[in-house]
Design a binder for this molecule. Structure first.
Ligand code: 5RP
Length: 223
C-alpha cells in the first residue's frame, strides 16, 4: 500500500516525464506551490542547466528553486511558458479545480495564465465528483474583508478568516465553507466581480489541461 507521500511523488515524477521534451535551453517552466509541487521542484533540479529557469507562484517555491540552483525569473521577464505544474486541493473530471489551500492562489492563477498548458499533479484523494467540500479560498484586500464576507454569505457560503495568515501579496484569505458549486466557471466569475476580491480559488474558467493523478494502481491521466 503506497502512502499519500508516495503517491504525490509518483505524480511529480510523471509530470517530469511528461515535460521532459520541453526542457530545452530557452524554456522557462511555471512552478506551483505546495507539498506536491515541492516534490516536482526537487525532481526538476536534476535537469538544471538544460532549461533557462522557472517562474514561481510563491516566495516559498522561489526559495526552494533557487536553493536547488534553478534560476528564478520574474514573470515580467517572460512572455510564454510551455507548461505550469502545480497541485490542487480538489479537481473534478472536467479538470476544474479548487486551489489555494497553501494561500498562493493569486500568483498561481497569474503564472498559470501565461503558460500554454496547466499540468495538475495530485494523489487520487483530490479527485472529487463535485467541488466544494474543501473550503474555497478567496484572497481579499484586508480593508474589504467584512464587505466581501457579507456578499459571500448571501451567495450561500460561510466565510472563515484564515487566522494569522498573510499572503505573499499582503492580503488575507477567507476560506468559504458550504458552497454548492454546480457551475464552477460561473461562480468563479461571480466571485471575481465582488469589489475587494483579489482572486478566488476556483480554476474553472481556465481548467487544467492535463491531470496526473497517482493511484494505488499507477498514475491516471485525465485530459
Ligand atoms: C497552494 C495550492 C496547492 O496546490 C494545494 O493546496 C495542494 O497542495 P498539496 O500539494 O500540498 O496537497 O493551491 O495554494
Amino acid at each position: 500500500m503506497l502512502s499519500q507521500q508516495d503517491l504525490k511523488q509518483q505524480a511529480a515524477d510523471a509530470a517530469l516525464t511528461l515535460i521532459e521534451p520541453h526542457l530545452i535551453a530557452q524554456a522557462v517552466i511555471g512552478v506551483g506551490t505546495g507539498s506536491t509541487a515541492d516534490l516536482f521542484i526537487d525532481g526538476l533540479a536534476k535537469y538544471r542547466g538544460r532549461f533557462r529557469g522557472a517562474v514561481a507562484s510563491s516566495e516559498r517555491s522561489a526559495k526552494r528553486l533557487s536553493d536547488l540552483g534553478i534560476l528564478v525569473l520574474d514573470l515580467n521577464e517572460v512572455q510564454t511558458m510551455p507548461v505550469y505544474v502545480d497541485g490542487a486541493d480538489e479537481i473534478n473530471i472536467q479538470l476544474h479545480m479548487i486551489k489555494g489551500g497553501g494561500g498562493a492562489l493569486t500568483r498561481e492563477k497569474i503564472v498559470s495564465s501565461v503558460a500554454q498548458q496547466f499540468i495538475c499533479i495530485a494523489d487520487e484523494s483530490k479527485l472529487v465528483e463535485s467541488l466544494g467540500r474543501f473550503p474555497l479560498p478567496i484572497e481579499v484586500l484586508p480593508m474589504a474583508r467584512e464587505a466581501v464576507a457579507r456578499v459571500v454569505q448571501k451567495l450561500g457560503g460561510k466565510p472563515v478568516l484564515r487566522q494569522g495568515f498573510t499572503t505573499d501579496n499582503g492580503n488575507q484569505i477567507l476560506d468559504v465553507h458550504g458552497m454548492t458549486i454546480n457551475n464552477a466557471p460561473e461562480l468563479e466569475r461571480q466571485l471575481n466581480n465582488i469589489s475587494g476580491v483579489v482572486t478566488n480559488g476556483l480554476f474553472a474558467i481556465r481548467p487544467a489541461h492535463v491531470a496526473l493523478l497517482a493511484t494505488q494502481q499507477g498514475v491516471r491521466r485525465l485530459g
